[in-house]
Design a protein around this ligand. Structure first.
Ligand SMILES: [Zn+2]
Length: 62
């Protein structure tokens, strides 16, 4: 294998900007987009894909 692990990036589905990773991400990891601050969840690793993380709405039944 001749894998280059320098500069791992993927594309933000929200702003189409480049989202860099310091290290290979884990599935389910949530990272903020540096471009639009959207919360992105890692949904695929090979290739790396991210999707908008569902916004957690706290519903306390009120
Ligand atoms: Zn973005």
């Amino acid at each position: 294998m001749d894998q280059q692990i320098t500069g791992i990036t993927t594309e933000c589905p929200e702003c189409a900007g480049e989202v860099p990773f310091d290290r290979p991400p884990l599935a389910g990891q949530v990272i903020p987009c540096p471009g639009c601050a959207a919360e992105l969840e890692v949904v695929g690793l090979n290739p790396i894909r991210v999707d908008l993380a569902p916004e957690v709405e706290e519903d306390w039944g009120e």
